[in-house]
Design a protein around this ligand. Structure first.
Ligand code: 5GP
Ligand code: ZN
Length: 115
């Protein structure tokens, strides 16, 4: 079994091995609530397959699917006042979990530029 299945927290969440509040799941993607939310609504959308970051995301269909899941969730969650989608990449980008994820943030006024 590949090492990341044991060491990667998001691989474990996708496989139901550690608990999370799952809000969406299909054969390619899973979305769940962030354990330490940075906004009233804070969802993480991840590919089920272990892909480290946007840099390694070569599958154009999967990239499109992750964005479609994100916009559908935004609709479902009723965040009609607006929302922000962020993916942190690498150490300087502020990525702390090395499994690609889109942050969907909403429920408060966002500021710019981000820190
Ligand atoms: P990053 O810093 O990599 O862009 O984002 C990682 C996100 O994952 C953080 O917002 C953090 O709160 C969240 N996170 C880390 N560990 C867990 C976990 O075990 N469960 C959930 N639901 N979220 C987590
Ligand atoms: Zn993983």
């Amino acid at each position: 079994m590949p090492d990341y299945l044991d060491s990667c927290i998001f691989c474990q969440i996708v496989r139901g091995r550690i608990p999370a509040t799952i809000v969406y799941h299909d054969e390619r993607a899973t979305a769940f609530r962030d354990a330490h939310p940075s906004a009233p609504t804070h969802i993480l959308i991840v590919p089920n397959q272990h892909i480290e970051s946007l840099t390694e995301l070569e599958d154009v269909e999967l990239a499109g699917h992750l964005l479609q899941v994100t916009r559908q969730l935004a609709k479902q969650l009723g965040v009609e006042n607006g929302y922000r989608v962020v993916t942190n990449v690498g150490a300087d980008g502020g990525q702390s979990v090395l499994h690609l994820h889109l942050h969907l943030l909403a429920g408060r006024k966002m500021t710019w530029p981000p820190g």
